[in-house]
Design a protein around this ligand. Structure first.
Ligand code: BTN
Length: 262
């Protein structure tokens, strides 16, 4: 990873002005959190060549082998409404960066997976810390599969993909990172939350699908009907009632299990 290339590819900027690159860390989330607790300014980026204990959503591990992908955590100090938007800002930035470096178009799976076809290209993990009711900081963790050959990783081979795999050739991680940080800053600075929501929703393949949503110990079944202004999912249960889910894990329901395949 050559950071001089990344900085040269960007003009003046706030997000990613200060990038700490570590060849190996446990998790960039920890690096960003430690810097945040020490008073680091918004825009700091923790970037790693490899993570030995990469974290995914819902306590899962994130496969993060050396020098093929992007693993980064962006430190932010947003207001409460903007914290709630980070789950839209980050995937939109990834979509723009992927398009810029490869021409590929991605889709989103609620809450914030970025996919190509049925496979996951990028995972996003948002952590927020509060001082009482007031947000202290947030960390947007992004794991984007750039040049990964998933064939080498049986645990993710059938569910994951990478830009290189979809494109048939490798792409520059530096150019991808520069595009990602620039797009992130643009979306983060967008004052109109509704235009972000509409852009995000336009790529959200979950809408209209019959799904199961696991949220803690709770499992809800129904049709994904809409997304509210904060990115929560409005799920229409089979009994006609509507439930608002702020987060969760979506599984598409098999038509035969629901009787909806007729
Ligand atoms: C998911 O489960 O989809 C979220 C995955 C988030 C992975 C990224 S890689 C950079 C940052 N550091 C981590 O340990 N996790 C996030």
């Amino acid at each position: 990873m050559d950071l001089t290339v990344v900085h040269a590819l960007r003009g003046s900027h706030r997000i990613g002005r200060d990038i700490q690159y570590d060849p190996v860390v446990a998790s960039t989330m920890d690096v960003a959190r430690t810097r945040a607790e020490a008073g680091e300014a918004e825009g700091f980026v923790a970037l790693a060549g490899e993570q030995t204990a990469g974290r995914g959503r819902l306590g899962r591990a994130w496969v993060a082998p050396p020098d093929v992908n992007l693993y980064l955590s962006i430190l932010l100090r947003p207001s409460l409404p903007v914290i709630k938007r980070l789950g839209m800002i980050a995937p939109l930035a990834v979509a723009a960066a992927v398009r810029q470096v490869s021409g590929l178009e991605v889709a989103f799976k609620w809450p914030n997976d970025v996919r190509i076809g049925e496979r996951k290209l990028c995972g996003i993990l948002i952590d927020a810390a509060f001082a009482g009711e007031t947000p202290a900081y947030a960390v947007a963790g992004i794991g984007l599969n750039v040049n990964l050959d998933t064939d080498g990783y049986p645990e993710i081979r059938s569910i994951a993909t990478s830009i290189a795999q979809e494109l048939g050739r490798p792409v520059s991680r530096e150019a991808t990172l520069a595009a990602l940080l620039t797009a992130f800053e643009r979306s983060y600075d967008e004052p109109d939350g509704e235009s972000l929501r509409l852009a995000w929703r336009a790529r959200l393949e979950t809408i209209g699908r019959r799904i199961d949503v696991r949220f803690g110990d709770l499992v809800e079944h129904g049709v994904a009907e809409e997304i509210d202004s904060e990115g929560s999912l409005l799920l229409r249960r089979d009994d006609g009632t509507l439930v608002v889910l702020p987060a969760g894990e979506v599984t598409l329901r098999a038509p035969e299990a629901t009787g909806s395949g007729r």
